[in-house]
Design a protein around this ligand. Structure first.
Ligand code: NDP
Length: 274
């Protein structure tokens, strides 16, 4: 029997998730149909109920519904609870179970695809919104020497530190207070690249062999990655691998089978033209 999955968002036409999950299904031989579904901004819960009634087995959730999905779940995984957001729903006996695979997807991309080992390294996370919150726990699980969270509004960075402080060495900073510190891994989880804005970063931020990672993807070189390249980062990467990684983790949650991500990432990059 073919099982039905989807991704809910608004807008959703741009979503690469159907492409990725179709590739995973081919690769693993799992019998899966995966669709993109537009949910009305004020009608997410109703759209989910209709999908479950039509036999849906699970769903991904993207902007702007991740927090609403979190609130509507009867059960949550520990990582979804800490993230305060859900990107993966499983429907079990009519109940909605929520998970968050974004952070696992990021770490898998950095470690497996980019070959960077975060253990014992200095990590800087820029931003303190939903995407940043979703990756703090898996980043701390890699046992870095330190994780600094810097945000334009510093109270939000401190809020994240308060949530995760028991898990490892994490502290908050303003952008200005970063001066004089260097990092081995700098992750841009702000949405500044969406508007083409550069971040007010000090010029000595990147250690010589550092990795600069922008969660944004599909827009060519972002202002953050251009800054990183010019300021001497060893390597730059966009967030396309994180997108594929979170999808692979969701596929594993639903099917119990872990697809290889590298071929799908290469296929997707080729389809996007680079
Ligand atoms: P949110 O709206 O929740 O958070 C936005 C963050 O960006 C806040 O920390 C905000 O700071 C900061 N910010 C926005 N504009 C600026 C600016 N001009 N200068 C400095 N800081 C700024 O967004 P999300 O966390 O949901 O998404 C962030 C990014 O991550 C997006 O680009 C999104 O596309 C990407 N993403 C990628 C994924 C992937 O799979 N690759 C998955 C999820 C997200 P403040 O608090 O001060 O307002």
């Amino acid at each position: 029997m073919t099982d039905l999955y989807c991704v809910f968002g608004n807008p959703i036409a741009h979503s690469k998730s159907p492409f990725i999950h179709a590739a995973f299904a081919r690769e693993t031989g799992e019998s899966v149909i995966y669709e993109a579904r537009l949910a009305p901004v004020d009608g997410f819960a109703e759209a989910v109920r209709a999908f479950v009634a039509a036999g849906g087995r699970g769903a991904n959730v993207t902007v702007p519904f991740k927090e609403e999905a979190f609130r509507m779940c009867a059960a949550l995984t520990p990582r979804a609870k800490r993230a305060g957001a859900v990107n993966t729903l499983s429907f079990v006996d009519g109940q909605c179970c929520g998970d968050n695979t974004d952070g696992a997807g990021l770490v898998a991309d950095i470690v497996d695809n980019l070959g960077f080992s975060p253990a014992g390294r200095r990590i800087l996370l820029l931003g303190a919104g939903g995407a940043a919150r979703g990756v703090v726990e898996p980043l701390l699980a890699t046992r870095p020497a330190t994780l600094v969270i810097a945000n334009r509004s510093s109270d939000k960075a401190q809020l994240l530190v308060d949530i995760f402080a028991d898990l490892g060495p994490v502290r908050a900073s303003t952008f200005a207070d970063l001066a004089g510190n260097t990092f081995d891994l700098v992750i841009n989880a702000t949405s500044a690249s969406l508007s083409g804005a550069a971040l007010p970063l000090p010029s000595d931020l990147f250690a010589p062999a550092s990795l600069a990672y922008d969660m944004m993807y599909g827009k060519g070189e972002t202002p953050f990655l251009a800054q990183a390249r010019m300021q001497g980062a060893g390597r730059c990467a966009d967030g396309l691998g994180m997108l594929v990684g979170q999808a692979a983790e969701a596929f594993f949650v639903w099917r119990g089978v872990r697809p290889a991500t590298a071929p799908v990432l290469a296929e997707l990059r080729a389809a996007l033209g680079g």
